[in-house]
Design a protein around this ligand. Structure first.
Ligand code: HAM
Length: 413
């Protein structure tokens, strides 16, 4: 027989304090986003592969090498969702959400899957908090969306946060710029890394992301998209920046910001934390005005972001988590009294108390120890002489009418 089976590489279990801390993060996100009118959405963990191929972009790393895809048994290719924006857009189209007041605002706290090399802050199954506002191209949507993520990170205490923001303009501008950049890269091919050179045709913008020294030198003088924006895109961007300034959000304009997904138009942004190592991206997003059309819907603008839950938790101080309170622990001296003990425990929970009963056949002494470890406020003990109720804070113990235990724990002895 071989050894014990372990969780797959790049995945992890969540329990104990970690699970409690995660609930605290989720609650904070819910409170903040629902206060801004975002409603919860849950989409399936897998979708037709085509949704991501068309939505995220066939040339992206995600689609080229990071998707967990499988045959659904009927010859259709399915993929574990690598991100949440394309699924939320699919849902918008499928449910005719354009008939609702626009923009339709949704948020999620879900797990995503990417076949990446695992390292600190990078997993194959990871969690994102995301927010998507679909149906309005007003720059106020962009500014509010960015502000919400800034507020979320601040409220969770994420350290050393930097916000970089840019604009990619309209697809036509981007296409023109892309050709210009390709010409520039070809003219300077000698200085570029092998990888960047091999991607000049497919994804020239990624050259800005390279850490290769020769490539970096070449890229310092490369044409910048921000300088080629059409007037209305520039105006849109300036309005977004103006509102962020009004809201007191600190940002840096980054003319080389490239995101790993192809659906972006106009605003793009990224929050990173210098408290993290190589994987410093905490959250990012932008506007995706062409995505819905790309996946078969009517042209509809959209804007949103996603933040990595693991990275938030790595870059923030530990969430203050209290162990759950226990009002009552029910012990019994011998197996014949177990039925009564069970009944009292169930009654206590029905009347709104937290209550636990012995579940491992311990001796009475062992049960009292277990009650102490669980932090019980009271212990009810079914014994030969009757039912005793012990106040664990004062140590006081006395016999009570079993029917009155719940009354007593509501009104201290
Ligand atoms: P993304 O930049 O690919 O954007 O991912 C957003 C965040 O998810 C990253 O900043 C990072 O914190 C986290 N993340 C990504 N991959 C991993 C991983 N392998 N392990 C741990 N954390 C990871 C999106 O996914 C877009 N859907 C964001 C968006 C929403 N744009 C518009 N709306």
């Amino acid at each position: 027989m071989s050894g014990a089976i372990q969780a797959p590489r790049g995945t992890y279990d969540v329990f104990g304090d970690q699970a409690r801390a995660r609930v605290a993060v989720e609650q904070q996100a819910r409170q903040l986003l629902e206060a801004a009118g975002y409603e919860r959405i849950e989409t399936p963990a897998f979708e037709a592969t085509d949704l991501f191929a068309r939505g995220v972009g066939a040339a992206t790393d995600i689609v080229q090498k990071e998707m967990f895809s499988f045959d659904d048994g009927g010859g259709r290719s399915m993929t574990l969702r690598p991100e949440g924006t394309a699924p939320v857009c699919r849902s918008y189209v499928e449910h005719g959400m354009h008939k609702r007041p626009q923009p339709v605002k949704h948020w999620y706290f879900s797990s995503f899957f990417r076949h990446e090399a695992p390292q600190a802050g990078r997993y194959r199954q990871f969690w994102q908090i995301g927010a998507e506002a679909i149906g309005s191209d007003d720059p106020a949507v962009d500014a509010e969306s960015i502000l919400l993520l800034a507020e979320l990170l601040e409220s969770l205490g994420v350290r050393e946060v930097r916000l970089r923001i840019g604009s990619l303009g309209a697809p036509a501008t981007r296409a023109e710029y892309r050709a210009k950049l390709q010409d520039y890269l070809r003219a300077h091919e000698g200085g570029l890394s092998e990888e960047v050179r091999s991607r000049i045709e497919l994804n020239p913008l990624r050259a800005f992301d390279s850490s290769h020294p020769g490539t970096r030198t070449v890229m310092e003088k490369a044409p910048r998209l921000l300088d080629s924006l059409a007037a209305e895109d520039r105006a849109h961007f300036d309005e977004v920046l103006g509102m962020l300034q009004a809201a007191g959000v600190t940002y840096e304009i980054d003319t080389t910001l490239v995101r790993g997904l192809d659906y972006y138009t106009r605003t793009v942004f990224e929050f990173s934390s210098d408290a993290l190592g190589a994987q410093s991206g905490v959250g990012g997003g932008g506007r995706y005005d062409g995505l819905i059309e790309q996946i078969g819907g009517a042209p509809t603008p959209g804007m949103g972001w996603a933040a990595g839950v693991e990275r938030i938790m790595l870059a923030a101080p530990p969430m203050p988590v209290a162990a759950p309170a226990l009002d009552l622990y029910v012990a019994y001296a011998k197996p014949e009294l177990r039925g009564q003990a069970f009944k009292l425990t169930a009654d206590a929970r029905k009347s709104g108390h937290s209550a636990q009963v012995e579940l491992a056949g311990r001796s009475l002494k062992g049960q009292l120890k277990a009650a102490g470890r669980a932090g019980a406020r009271y212990v009810a003990i079914f014994g030969d002489e009757g039912t005793a109720l012990k106040d664990m804070e004062s140590g006081e113990q006395r016999l009570v009418d079993p029917a009155a235990v719940l009354h007593h724990i509501g009104h201290p002895l």
